[in-house]
Every structure is written in structure tokens, then in C-alpha cells.
Design a protein. Structure first.
Ligand SMILES: *[C@@H]1O[C@H](CO)[C@@H](O)[C@H](O)[C@H]1NC(C)=O
Ligand SMILES: *[C@@H]1O[C@H](CO)[C@@H](O)[C@H](O)[C@H]1NC(C)=O
Length: 438
């Protein structure tokens, strides 16, 4: 941190401290003023600058004394009415203020009651905080009670395929058939038993069966829930999230996987399982993968030119582990419904916005626990092609998976990755440029 930044934080604190002091000074001044006012009012009830006694005498002996007294009476009455009116308006303002305050209190009480109820539901009983450094917030939410009635056919398949109620799931249609073959060939080679292809068409379903790959073909009308019905054609982009929901409702944890991924080890021993969502990142170093403080500089602000911002490269919505919890299911629902409402949105952006944006006025954020996977073990193709393949040490380490997410020539790069890591062909990655050539 630069000295300017430290200076700024301290400066802010000083300003904050000086505020009450000036308030006190103003308060004292007002108090003294009122006190003097009272004393003068008591000593000189008719005011300080009264005419002399002889002048008063002279005036009161005027010829039209009667008229004078009548007008005096009515002006007194007016004054009385005026002061009554002032008193009534003051009372009115006071009541209005009380109503405002009470309404606010009711609102806060309801909010607290609601939050307290939710917390009791999740946490059970209240407890005292432990000593300094010993307290830890909840990040591992309880799993839902499995509901087999959601989809009995899928429940039967999962019964057979899943291991410890976990499995890899990929969605595929005939467009990605070649990549799917590389995908499951490597999964088989590594010896991962718990994986399933959700076939989106008949051809993929047949293809998987012919290769002895566990497959689940959805009935055409399955999952046509309210989201799909209101979402029209655009709801299709949210299909993945709606399909996933059933797996979670059935009580399974899913490692969702795109098919442009090469499996080099079994991923399950590398999971932490402490969060609702555990995801691979699009980041390429410690900062971009795990988060950093990005200082925004606006020199025109002078002393306060540095604004600190929180940044992180997005989670990759093509490879994440999701536990069957309420926040996880809420996430899927939120993403699916936004994708159907906002036809031009990108599912990965929506997925990240829902995961990361906090609650704010008019918006209740999702409260899901998140964990970023190790970007060298769960490697994206930018890390491989820009950094790892050029680094003598890093290129010796075997990742768990490599996701060809950064490059459009997916199939040849997948095959080269297999050559490099599986068959040990040292120059297999060399023909490929760092990025794509458009
Ligand atoms: C990245 O983080 C790891 C683990 O915290 C650390 O060992 C490594 O030195 C860091 N790398 C850089 C370049 O800071
Ligand atoms: C590819 O990336 C590496 C590492 O960042 C760099 O040294 C190299 O010059 C890049 N190659 C090209 C052709 O841009």
C-alpha cells in the first residue's frame, strides 16, 4: 500500500472525529442563546427598546382610546389564534414524526423477525461467540432431504451411477459428438466410474449406449416448469441449470462438466466439499483467480485519487461442483429465470453475478458459499498455453483436468493435451499459438 492510501484512510478518520466536536460547539452556542433570551424576556417583558414612560403616557391619552382598545382586543385574539395554530402545527409535525419512526420500527422488527427465523431454521440453537480467533462462520450448508418423487427414472439411474452421492454430469447434443468422445475416453482411462451424459438428442443417446457410457435421455416434456413456460425459446439457454436442479433435489452433488475438458486424474479426491459451489476459474494467476485489490486512480480527486476495487476473474460455469443445498438450488433457479427473462444474456456472466453481487437496496443477493478451485489443478487453456507449457517446472505437474475454454479450435487442442500429458509427447502443444488467430 502506498503512503497516500494510508494517509487517506487516516484523514478520513480525523474528519469523522472532528464532526461531533463542532456539533457540540454549535449546541452550546444555541443553548447559551436561549438562556440569554429567557433572562431578557423575564427582566424586560415589553422589550429592550421601549419608548420612555412620558411618551407612553402621552399615547394612552389619545382621543380615540376606545377604538384603540377594541383593535387591541381583536389583535390579541388573532395572536392567540396564531399561537394556537402554531402549537397545533407543531403537534401535527411531532405526530407525523412519531408515525414515521414507528413505521420504520415496525419494518425493522419484521425484517429482523424474518432473518431470525431463517437463521434459526439453518443454525438450530443460538450460541455464544468463542474467544478471539476461534470463531468461524457457517460455510457448509446442510444438504436437502432427497426427494425421489421429482424424477423416479433419473433417481434409478443415479442410484446405479453415483458414488457417495456424487457424479460428473455433462450435457451433449450431436454438435459436440467428437469432443464428447475424447471426454469420456479420458474419463474411462483415468478410471472414474461416476459420470453421466445427459443426451439432448437421440443420436447422442445411441452413441453413448454403443460406447457403454452411462446416459440419461430426458423425455421431451420433462422439466417444462414455470420457467420454461414463461421463457419461450430463450429458456433453452437455461436448460442446463433446470436439469441440474433435479439432480440436487434428488440429493446428489454434481460436478458439472462441459465436454471440451480432458480428464487427467479423478477430480473427486481434490474437492473440498465445504461450499455450495466450488468452481474452476477463468483466472490465470493468483490475483485473477483468487481475487485482488485493484486500485482505481482518478488523479482529479487529488488527495482521494485512489479508489480500491475488488476484482476477480469469473468462475467458469462449464466446470463446477455444486452441493445439494438450498442456496445451490436457489442459485440454479435464479440463473435459469434470469436467462429466460434476459434473452441476450450470457449464462456465465449471469451465473457469476448471481453468485457474487451482494444484497443492496431493492435486491436480495444470494447467500451461497463459494470456493475457487486451484487454477493449476483445474486448468483453463489460457494457463496451459500461455504459462504452463513454457515453464519447465509447471509443465512437469499433471493437472486434474484441462478445460479448452479459451480457444475455439477445441478438438485439436484436446487431442494435443492428451498427447502431451498422457503419451508424454513433449512437443505436442507447440504448434498452437497462445491465443486464437481470430
Ligand atoms: C501464489 O499463491 C501460492 C499459494 O498461496 C504461493 O505459493 C505462490 O508463491 C503465489 N505465487 C505468486 C506468483 O505470488
Ligand atoms: C505467448 O505467451 C508467452 C508468455 O506470456 C510470451 O512470452 C510469448 O511471446 C507469446 N507468444 C506470442 C506469439 O505472442
Amino acid at each position: 500500500m502506498s503512503p497516500q492510501m494510508i494517509g487517506r484512510r487516516d484523514g478520513m478518520r480525523n474528519t469523522a472525529h472532528s464532526l461531533p466536536k463542532s456539533r457540540v460547539t454549535i449546541g452550546v452556542a444555541i443553548g447559551v442563546g436561549i438562556l440569554f433570551g429567557c433572562i431578557f424576556a423575564f427582566l424586560f417583558p415589553h422589550g429592550l427598546f421601549l419608548p420612555t414612560a412620558s411618551n407612553t403616557h402621552h399615547l394612552s391619552r389619545s382621543d380615540n382610546a376606545q377604538v384603540g382598545s377594541a383593535s387591541c382586543e381583536s389583535s390579541e385574539r388573532v395572536n392567540m389564534l396564531k399561537s394556537e395554530f402554531v402549537a397545533a402545527s407543531e403537534k401535527n409535525a411531532e405526530l407525523k414524526k412519531q408515525i414515521r419512526e414507528l413505521t420504520e420500527k415496525v419494518r425493522l422488527a419484521e425484517q429482523r423477525k424474518d432473518q431470525a427465523q431463517k437463521q434459526v431454521l439453518v443454525l438450530g440453537k443460538q450460541q455464544k461467540a468463542g474467544g478471539f480467533g476461534t470463531v468461524k462462520g457457517l460455510r457448509t450448508n446442510p444438504t436437502v432431504v432427497p426427494d425421489g418423487s421429482v424424477n423416479t427414472r433419473l433417481a434409478e439411474i443415479l442410484e446405479k451411477v453415483a458414488v457417495e452421492r456424487e457424479l460428473i454430469v455433462a450435457l451433449a447434443n450431436s454438435n459436440v459428438k467428437d469432443m464428447l468422445e475424447v471426454w469420456f475416453t479420458n474419463i474411462k482411462r483415468v478410471g472414474i466410474p461416476n459420470y453421466l451424459v445427459v443426451a439432448l438428442d437421440e443420436e447422442i443417446s445411441r452413441f453413448c449406449k454403443s460406447k457403454d457410457v452411462p446416459v440419461y435421455k430426458r423425455d421431451p416434456d420433462e422439466g417444462i416448469d414455470s420457467v420454461a413456460r414463461t421463457g419461450g425459446n430463450h429458456a433453452v439457454s437455461g436448460l442446463k441449470f433446470r436439469i441440474l436442479r433435479e439432480f440436487l433435489q434428488l440429493g446428489y452433488s454434481v460436478l458439472l462438466s462441459d465436454v471440451d475438458i480432458v480428464y487427467l486424474q479423478n477430480p473427486f479426491p481434490y474437492l473440498y466439499r465445504d461450499s455450495d459451489v466450488e468452481s474452476m476459474t477463468d483466472g490465470h494467476d493468483n490475483g485473477t483467480a483468487y481475487g485482488y485489490n485493484d486500485v482505481f486512480d482518478e488523479s482529479a480527486m487529488g488527495w482521494a485519487r485512489y479508489a480500491h476495487t475488488m476484482r476477480m476473474w469469473v468462475y467458469n460455469s462449464g466446470f463446477f461442483y455444486i452441493r445439494p443445498t438450498i442456496p445451490s438450488i436457489e442459485l440454479l433457479d435464479r440463473v435459469a429465470s434470469r436467462l429466460s427473462r434476459e434473452p441476450n444474456s450470457w449464462d456465465q456472466a449471469v451465473f457469476n453475478e448471481e453468485l457474487f453481487f451482494p444484497s443492496h437496496p431493492g435486491y436480495d443477493g444470494l447467500h451461497a458459499a463459494r470456493r475457487t478451485m486451484d487454477f493449476y489443478l483445474f486448468m483453463n487453456s489460457k494457463v496451459l498455453f500461455k504459462t504452463v507449457r513454457r515453464d519447465a517446472k509447471l509443465s512437469k505437474l499433471k493437472p486434474v483436468i484441462v478445460h479448452v475454454n479459451y480457444h475455439p479450435d477445441k478438438l485439436p487442442r484436446m487431442k494435443a493435451i492428451v498427447e502431451f500429458y498422457v503419451r508424454g509427447k513433449q512437443d505436442a502443444l507447440e504448434p498452437f499459438p497462445n491465443g486464437s488467430n481470430w
